[in-house]
Design a protein around this ligand. Structure first.
Ligand SMILES: Cc1cc2nc3c(=O)[nH]c(=O)nc-3n(C[C@H](O)[C@H](O)[C@H](O)COP(=O)(O)OP(=O)(O)OC[C@H]3O[C@@H](n4cnc5c(N)ncnc54)[C@H](O)[C@@H]3O)c2cc1C
Length: 448
């Protein structure tokens, strides 16, 4: 879920070329050996590209598992849930093409959203934004697609809440936008750049890029990619702690005292993780400052297994003004009697949900859904939950650019530092999405 600043009408696989975001690298000739930091989708994508180009590579990953913020878990022997990235958008061309290449099937993962506001439940076909706002918003989106660079940059100075207020949006429409849009950005719309928000809504697919997931779970892609690039090329439990470079090479040191040398590095780590690495020579002051300016959204996902699917509709989801906030049927298209509702809480709500015990999480979810379904406590079986704000590497789910930051710190963070080239979700045009992370890995490896 996130930004798109211009329409990409062909995938990097099809064209084999870079688009306008091409990076200007210091290294002229293709390097012989590249070390990739991080085995999330950006790092694995970079390795895939290097493999196609016949360039030698090695991946260093801090965790025991691969995939980073793609994190599928089995909640029963047969049912899987995503505790990290959930949806693949219809416009996510590189991701879709890679799934095709690796013979992974996509399944429909679209939903029709109920509303639960002030204790009143309204099924998806019985509520909508006011007609006036629907019309006005359609016009705003159209204006945005034709906006001059100056106009876009001006928009980036405002937060989404002030921008909507300036348009004269009604209190009810604004409240629903806050509830829904904050699930896209992972924090209240009072913190999000209006440019980021318009970029998201003006160019997204009709279901806001919440279209598919990978059959069997999104981690299938990680498994298939790791197999393709060679598992022996990936060193897990190798946390990078230092990077030293000179005119000839770059040397990486891990927390287990191993050292590794290469001609170039592709660093796909989230910004907090980068800030913990000792660089020699040190990163420019402007880069260090940028690392410390970018925040990541707080999201807690809580999946509850129920004995039966009391919500009846396979494509059920619901936005609410309760603590858990947003719910969806995460086992849609997984044919079992049991089913899972996942609560997706953001910002302060994510913090509060993250703090609850397992039983209290179930209670919070059941009591929030009470106006719609009555007491369902006896149907709850077990819970799986992950609070991304406590993840020791990203300390959040994905980056969110506050007003003015996209045109300033994003540009700084995207700059290579001598032999170290940066990639990852936070630097991508499709920022906040798997598509963005993958594309940035592919592009960076292609440009070396
Ligand atoms: C709750 C949640 C919901 C999301 N929903 C969606 C969605 O619906 N659709 C969508 O497209 N995207 C979604 N995303 C975003 C998506 O998951 C990310 O954009 C993408 O997975 C990021 O990939 P990456 O490779 O850039 O980073 P990561 O996946 O974070 O990979 C970086 C890797 O680096 C490793 N690492 C960190 N520090 C070190 C170190 N010092 N040494 C070695 N390794 C290190 C980490 O362990 C990690 O494996 C969601 C994310 C979350 C958390």
């Amino acid at each position: 879920m996130k930004r798109r600043t211009f329409i990409r009408n062909t995938s990097i696989f099809t064209s084999g070329t870079l688009l306008a975001s091409q990076k200007n690298f210091a290294i002229a000739s293709p390097p012989k050996k590249v070390i990739i930091l991080g085995a999330g989708i950006a790092g694995l994508g970079a390795a895939y590209q290097l493999q196609q180009r016949g360039i030698d590579y090695l991946l260093l990953e801090a965790k025991k598992r691969l995939g980073g913020r793609i994190f599928t878990q089995n909640i029963t022997a047969d049912l899987t849930v995503e505790l990290g990235a959930e949806w693949i958008g219809a416009s996510h061309l590189n991701l879709i093409e890679l799934c095709n290449k690796l013979v992974l099937s996509l399944q429909n993962h679209q939903f029709d959203t109920d509303l639960l506001l002030n204790g009143q439940h309204q099924p998806f076909d019985q509520w909508q934004y006011s007609t006036a706002w629907q019309k006005q918003f359609a016009q705003l989106k159209e204006d945005f697609t034709k906006g001059s660079p100056k106009m876009l940059q001006q928009l980036d100075r405002l937060d989404w809440w002030h921008f909507l207020k300036k348009q004269g949006i009604s209190q009810r429409d604004l409240e629903i936008r806050e509830l829904l849009d904050s699930t896209d950005f992972g924090e209240t719309i009072r913190h999000v750049s209006a440019f980021s928000a318009m970029g998201e809504y003006a160019f997204s697919s009709p279901k806001n890029e919440m279209d598919y997931k990978i059959q069997g779970g999104n981690s299938q892609l990680i498994e298939a990619l790791a197999k393709q690039i060679g598992k022996e090329k990936i060193k897990t439990q190798h946390k990078v702690v230092a990077i030293a470079q000179d005119k000839k090479q770059v040397r990486i040191t891990c927390d287990n005292q191993t050292t590794w040398e290469a001609d170039a590095v592709i660093c796909t780590l989230p910004t907090f993780a980068v800030s913990q690495i000792r660089f020699t020579p040190t990163l420019p002051a402007s880069y260090q400052e940028a690392l410390q300016s970018l925040q990541y959204a707080r999201i807690t996902k809580t999946a509850v297994l129920f004995n039966e699917r009391f919500w009846s509709r396979e494509n059920f989801d619901l936005i609410s003004d309760t603590l858990p906030q947003y719910f969806f049927h995460s086992t849609k298209n997984q044919l079992e009697t049991q089913g899972v509702l996942t609560a997706y809480s953001v910002g302060d709500r994510a913090y509060l949900m993250g703090k609850l015990t397992e039983q209290a999480k179930i209670k919070a979810i059941i009591s929030a859904l009470q106006p719609a379904f009555g007491d369902t406590f006896h149907l709850a079986q077990r819970v799986l939950s992950y609070d991304w704000s406590t993840d020791p590497y990203s300390y959040g789910a994905y980056a969110y650019y506050r007003p003015t930051q996209w045109y300033t710190i994003q540009k700084i963070l995207a700059q290579p530092f001598k032999r170290v080239h940066f990639a990852g979700e936070h630097l991508a045009e499709w920022q906040g999405f798997m598509e963005g992370a993958l594309t940035s890995g592919l592009e960076t490896a292609l440009a070396l």
